[in-house]
Design a protein around this ligand. Structure first.
Ligand SMILES: O=C(O)CCC(=O)C(=O)O
Ligand SMILES: [Fe+2]
Length: 318
């Protein structure tokens, strides 16, 4: 549970930095092991398909990411914990492993979210892994917010209108230490008290135009591995670029009060905690994975999915 002073911070600023939110041995070590195995399988396949040199060492996690970057192989989608937007087919890759499910349902994490949203919590499918290489190894074409610095936005702006009244919290979990040098979050304190601002699509990201908020108020939010930043859906935030020479790794998860729209009804949500009826809680990592596979099969037969409401020609976007 969060302390009174952490709750006060959240109320005043729209975010709270919580160090040591999840235990390293229960959560981070299994996650790193699961991701390393998954990436090794991918790496060996890429080598076999000659997408990377056949002699590539598929050993260390960072090395494999750097090899993928160097040879222009997309490592992001096969490691992401969500299906993508746009067109989905029956083979669109994603990662829904048991260590991720254990993170989503970790009791310490849910205790903190319960302090903010109450005892009935749904895991919202708006969730991503962000494994960011040093920005200087990337080509200028790469602008996905899962790989480079993320532009200023509110998470409310990346959901559909149906979730505008939903009670929701984002949990931004650091897997590696997040610093100002390697691309930690930044946020505008108190911005959650405002309404949602207009977001403009540009170069593969959404952003709030600079003249509609005061960027000089921004606070950097460094946090150690195993800690998290919890923030409100109206909090204006972005991330810095990874100017270090190592990978920077985070997960962003979201929780919604059960019954409130998640904003992505076409992706699967599940009850992560219910104090009124604990039997409703999903406890099977396998069942969770199956929900995503079923969603993929369904969406492969439907048109592309859209995740936001914004047009390039919004009044402030010109
Ligand atoms: O880690 C990032 O680059 C930004 C993450 C973000 O916008 C979020 O977690 O909502
Ligand atoms: Fe965000």
């Amino acid at each position: 549970m969060l302390s009174q002073s952490q709750l006060d911070d959240y109320e005043r600023d729209g975010y709270v930095v919580v160090e040591n939110l999840v235990p390293t041995d229960e959560v981070l070590i299994p996650l790193k092991a699961e991701y390393t195995d998954r990436l090794r399988t991918l790496c060996r396949r890429w080598a076999k398909e000659r997408r990377i040199p056949a002699a590539s060492a598929c050993g260390d996690f960072s090395e494999m990411i750097m090899t993928a970057v160097q040879f222009g192989v997309d490592y992001f989608q096969p490691l992401d914990i969500s299906l993508p937007t746009g067109t989905i087919d029956k083979t669109t890759p994603f990662h829904a492993g048991p260590a991720v499910f254990d993170l989503l349902t970790n009791r310490h994490l849910l205790d903190a979210v319960e302090s903010l949203l109450g005892p009935e919590l749904t895991s919202n499918p708006i969730q991503h892994v962000r494994i960011k290489p040093p920005e200087n190894v990337l080509t200028g074409r790469e602008n996905r917010p899962h790989i480079v610095a993320t532009d200023w936005h509110q998470d409310r702006g990346v959901t559909l209108e149906e979730a505008d009244q939903s009670n929701m919290v984002t949990v931004w979990m650091a897997v590696t230490d997040a610093t100002e040098h390697n691309g930690c979050l930044r946020a505008i304190p108190g911005s959650h008290k405002n309404d949602m601002l207009t977001h403009c699509p540009a170069s593969g990201q959404l952003h709030i135009p600079a003249n509609t908020f005061d960027e000089s108020q921004a606070e950097a939010l460094p946090v150690h591995a195993g800690g998290a930043v919890l923030f409100h859906p109206n909090t204006i935030h972005s991330s810095l670029s990874n100017d270090s020479d190592k990978i920077r790794w985070s997960f962003d998860l979201r929780y919604t009060v059960t019954g409130d729209p998640t904003g992505r009804a076409f992706f699967p949500s599940f009850i992560a905690r219910s104090r009124s009826n604990p039997a409703q809680e999903l406890t099977s990592a396998h069942a969770w994975r199956q929900m995503w596979e079923d969603a993929r099969d369904r969406l492969a037969n439907e048109g592309p999915v859209n995740i936001h409401r914004w047009e390039k020609d919004g009044v402030v976007c010109a």
